[in-house]
Design a protein around this ligand. Structure first.
Ligand code: NAD
Length: 331
C-alpha cells in the first residue's frame, strides 16, 4: 500500500512508519517538525526508495495538496493516516489556540485535500480522552457520549466529529481509532513514562500530580500500531475502533513499577529511586480515571494486545538506557 502519514516524526507515528516500511509499504511522512517531531527518529530510512519525508504543516492546504501529488508507483495514495497533533495535555491548558489550529483546522484541511485528491480512505488517530473521566468502575465503549475535559481532548473530539461528517456528507471512507495511553521507544521526554525514566537516571525529582491515584490504561505502542493496520485491512467506513492494553495503573503504582525495573536493570537499591517521587499540585481539571472496553475491536478486527505490561516496560526502560544521547539532546 501507499500510505500518506502525517505526524510520522513523532512518537506513535515514527513507530508506525518503521513497521510500515518493514512490511514493504510505501510511506510519505508529512510532518511540520514541531518541538515534538524529530526527523532523526527515522533518519536510517531516508536512503530507502519506499520512504519519503516531506516537511509541512497540515494547516497549510497548498503544502498538503502538493505533497499528495507525490506518487511511488504512479497510482496515488491508498490511505491518509493522521497522527499529526499537538498532543500534550499540560501544554493545552496554557495554549489552547494552537491545539484548536492543528487538531481541528489541520484535520479539516487534510480531510478536504485527501478527498479532493481521491485518496480512498482516511484514518483519524484519536484518543480515549474524548470520553472524559470515569469513576472507579465501568469502562467507556465506542458509542459512549463525548465529554472531553481538556483543550487537548476537546480539540481531538472536534476533529473526530469533523472526520465523521465527511462520511455523512460525502460518503468519504473515514475511520476513527481511539486508544488509551501509549508507551514505548521515541516518546518525547515531557510525557509521563519518559519523565520518570529520564529524571530517575539523572537523579532528579519525579513529579507526581496530587495524590497520584489517577488511573490510566497503558498500551505498548506497537500494539496500537498493529491495531491501525487491522483497521486499514478489515475496518469499515465511519466505524470507531478502540484499542487498550487492559493495564489499568494509578500514576503512583506506575512510577513505582518503572523505578523497580530501573533499579533491577542498573543494579541499584530501589530506595535510591523511590525517594525521588515528589507529589506536586494537581493539574487543573485532571481526569480521575479512563479506561475502555476494546472487545468490539477483538470481535470485528481480531485484534488484541500482544505485549505484556512487564515486557513492554522492560523494553522501554532498556530503550531509554540505550538511547541516552537521543533524550539528553532534547532535554
Ligand atoms: P507526538 O506529539 O509525539 O507527535 C506529534 C507529531 O505531529 C510530531 O512529529 C509533530 O511534529 C507533528 N505535528 C504537530 N503539529 C503538526 C502540524 N500542524 N502539521 C504537521 N505535523 C504536525 O504525538 P504522539 O504521542 O505520537 O501522538 C500521535 C497521535 O496519536 C496524536 O493524534 C494523539 O492525539 C494520538 N494519541 C496519542 C496517545 C499517546 O498516548 N501518546 C494516545 C492516544 C492517541
Amino acid at each position: 500500500m501507499d500510505l500518506f502519514i502525517t505526524g510520522g516524526a513523532g512518537f506513535i507515528g515514527s513507530n508506525f512508519v518503521r513497521m510500515a516500511i518493514f512490511r514493504g509499504h510505501n510511506v510519505l511522512n508529512f510532518d511540520a517538525l514541531t518541538y515534538a517531531g524529530r526527523r532523526e527518529n527515522l533518519s536510517d530510512l531516508e536512503s530507502k526508495s519506499n520512504y519519503l519525508f516531506v516537511e509541512g504543516n497540515i494547516c497549510d492546504e497548498h503544502a498538503v495538496e502538493k505533497a499528495l501529488e507525490n506518487t511511488f508507483d504512479g497510482k496515488g495514495f491508498n490511505v491518509v493516516i493522521n497522527f499529526a497533533a499537538e498532543s500534550h495535555v499540560d501544554r493545552s491548558i496554557h495554549a489552547a489556540k494552537i491545539f484548536s489550529e492543528t487538531n481541528v483546522l489541520g484535520t479539516a484541511t487534510l480531510l478536504e485535500a485527501a478527498r479532493a485528491a481521491n485518496v480512498p480512505m482516511f484514518i483519524q488517530i484519536s484518543t480515549d480522552e474524548v470520553y472524559g473521566s470515569l469513576s472507579s468502575t465501568g469502562k467507556f465503549e465506542r458509542h459512549s457520549p463525548l465529554n472531553p475535559s481538556s483543550p487537548y481532548s476537546s480539540s481531538k473530539a472536534g476533529a473526530d466529529l469533523l472526520a465523521l461528517s465527511f462520511y455523512h456528507t460525502w460518503g468519504y471512507d473515514v475511520r476513527i481509532t481511539r486508544c488509551t495511553n501509549n508507551y514505548g521507544s521515541y516518546q518525547f521526554p515531557e510525557k509521563f513514562i519518559p519523565t520518570i525514566i529520564t529524571r530517575a537516571l539523572r537523579g532528579e525529582s519525579i513529579p507526581v500530580f496530587g495524590d497520584g491515584m489517577q488511573i490510566r490504561d497503558w498500551i505498548y505502542v506497537n500494539d496500537h500500531c498493529e491495531g491501525i493496520f487491522n483497521v486499514i485491512e478489515r475496518g469499515k467506513p465511519a466505524h470507531i475502533y478502540l484499542f487498550g492494553g487492559s493495564n489499568e495503573k494509578t500514576n503512583l503504582d506506575l512510577s513505582r513499577t518503572i523505578l523497580e525495573a530501573l533499579a533491577k536493570r542498573t543494579n541499584q537499591p530501589e530506595e535510591n529511586f523511590m525517594k525521588l517521587i515528589t507529589h506536586i499540585t494537581d493539574r487543573p481539571g485532571h481526569d480521575r480515571r479512563y479506561t475502555i472496553d476494546w472487545s468490539s475491536s477483538k470481535q470485528e478486527l481480531g485484534w488484541e494486545p500482544a505485549i505484556s505490561f512487564e515486557t513492554g516496560i522492560e523494553q522501554t526502560v532498556e530503550w531509554y538506557l540505550q538511547n541516552r544521547k537521543w533524550w539528553e539532546s532534547i532535554i
